[in-house]
Each structure stands twice: as structure tokens, then as C-alpha cells.
Design a protein around this ligand. Structure first.
Ligand code: SF4
Length: 275
């Protein structure tokens, strides 16, 4: 586990897999690939094998050792549902997430078909866990919106979207059953530009539909300078539970099986763990 993440919407990263391969336009300037390939061939470095997919079983138990509750981005340097990762290994990762229930786990994929298949079959029980959030990337209408639709059709307690890098105006999007939306522009060399109106459109739709909205960054080649301010505001919203009206929870609009009991971040405390 790494606590040194600069990813604004999480506290830590956990990488029991390293490496991935490109699957859609959103991958073009993949940060993880750029980082990993810098160390290809460096003896003893975690990315000695560059961006080649590699299982890292010694990392599996790390969240169980981390006693303070954290939001943990799973496989920030890979895609959990990459075709090279065996089902049995994904199940081991899921089992760790289920046991370490004082944390929140955030899983993000572009391999939506495989995720849906597993969460509707052998991993059904994990889909209902409110501390495990399952999300898909959306970069444009053609590739991203089918992922969104697949996510909506899968019985999951907490579904989210990472709309990054946003490459075009998505227009009207159906946020039915979505509990959280993150938006961001691309950063680094060759970053593709992000138009403010594209972001405003999504923010307005989230506001209208009561979906928490997190604006991560404008991106560009000078990400720190461009910042994350939208029309004078910083948007850093996360899924929350309306305690007075627990049924007023975006993720419940699509029937879930079993019905989740959503737990707000603030209420999460280590169970059976020493702080
Ligand atoms: S799926 Fe994610 S990690 Fe894999 S190549 Fe694409 S952007 Fe990179």
C-alpha cells in the first residue's frame, strides 16, 4: 500500500497487480504506463518489468495490516479486470477487501464486461458490500457510455464514474443508480484539452440529479498551476447517506440484491482492529 498518492479522491493506493495494456482512447497517455516504463530493466525495482502485467501476491494482505480507515484505490497501476489476471486472483483480492471492512475500496475499470460478469456470478456477494465501490472510466460517448450502461445493469451497492480524461462533451447522460461522479482532464505530455463547458454540463446534471460530484483537475502540462477550481468553487463531494432518510440514496434506485446498508465514511471505524 502506498500512502504517498497525489490522487485527490483517495487516501492510499494498493497494487496487488502491476501493469496493464491499452484498450480504448482514454488509455492513450496512460500515466501508469509512462511511470512504469521508466523503470523497465532496473534490477530490483517494482517496475523492473515495465508495464507488463504481473501479479504481486506479497501485496495481497497489506490493507489488513493498515489499521486506520482509508479510502483505498485498488490497482492504480493496472486494471483489476485485465484479461491476464485469473479469476481466482481477483477473488483473492475481493476477499481481502471484504475482510478489511474498516476501509473503503475504490475499483475502477475499463473492462466493464468482465467486471459485470464476475459481480453477477462468483463475486455477487462482494458487489453488495457498501464499503467496496465499483466504478468505470468514461472518456467519451462511444466507449464510455456503454460502460456506464453495463454498470447500471449490474447489482452493485455503490457505483461510480471516473470521467477522466474527459475528451468531449458527453451531452445528456443517464445518472440513474450512480452514487458518485469524478471528472478530470488529462495531464502530462501531450495532454488533450478539456473545455470548461463539458465539465459544467456534467456538474449541472449531477446537481440536478443529486449525485455527489468531484472535480479532480483541469490537467494539461502544468497540472498544479491549472488546479481544480470550477467557476470559483472546488467540488470535492463523496457519496453520503442522508441519515434522516436512508432511502434517499442514489445507488438504490435500481433494485439491489441484497439491499445494501450504506455506511457513510465518517461512521466507518476499524472492526476488530487496533487504531
Ligand atoms: S486501462 Fe487504465 S491502466 Fe490500463 S492502459 Fe488504460 S489507462 Fe492505463
Amino acid at each position: 500500500m502506498s500512502l504517498g498518492t497525489t490522487i485527490e479522491w483517495t487516501d492510499a493506493t494498493w497494487n496487488p497487480v502491476r501493469g496493464c495494456s491499452k484498450i480504448s482512447p482514454g488509455c492513450k497517455n496512460c500515466y501508469a504506463e509512462r511511470f512504469a516504463e521508466r523503470f523497465r530493466g532496473v534490477p530490483g525495482h517494482p517496475f523492473e518489468q515495465g508495464f507488463d502485467v504481473r501479479l504481486v501476491p506479497e501485496k495481497l494482505p497489506e490493507p489488513l495490516r493498515w489499521k486506520t480507515p482509508r479510502k483505498i484505490f485498488v490497482n492504480s497501476m493496472s486494471d483489476l479486470f485485465h484479461e491476464s489476471i485469473p479469476d481466482s486472483y481477483i477473488l483473492q483480492i475481493a476477499e481481502v477487501m471484504r475482510k478489511a471492512n474498516w476501509h473503503i475500496f475504490q475499483i475502477l475499470t475499463k473492462r466493464h464486461d468482465r467486471m459485470a460478469k464476475l459481480l453477477s456470478g462468483p463475486m455477487k456477494a462482494f458487489a453488495a458490500e457498501p464499503h467496496i465501490w465499483w466504478g468505470v472510466s468514461v472518456e467519451n460517448r462511444k466507449h464510455g457510455l456503454p460502460r456506464l450502461r453495463k454498470l447500471q445493469k449490474t447489482h452493485i451497492a455503490v457505483r461510480f464514474l471516473s470521467i477522466e480524461p474527459l475528451l468531449e462533451n458527453l451531452g445528456e447522460i443517464d445518472l440513474h443508480g450512480i452514487s458518485w461522479v469524478i471528472v478530470g482532464g488529462e495531464s502530462g505530455p501531450g495532454a488533450r484539452p478539456l473545455q470548461p463547458d463539458w465539465v459544467r454540463s456534467i456538474q449541472n446534471q449531477c446537481s440536478r440529479d443529486g449525485v455527489p460530484f468531484f472535480f479532480k483537475q483541469w490537467g494539461g502540462t502544468r497540472k498544479k498551476v491549472s488546479g481544480r477550481n470550477l467557476d470559483g468553487r472546488t467540488f470535492s463531494e463523496f457519496p453520503t447517506l442522508d441519515l434522516d432518510n436512508p432511502l434517499n440514496y442514489p445507488g438504490r434506485e435500481i433494485p439491489l440484491n441484497p439491499q445494501p446498508a450504506f455506511v457513510p465514511i465518517a461512521a466507518l471505524t476499524p472492526r476488530g482492529a487496533q487504531a
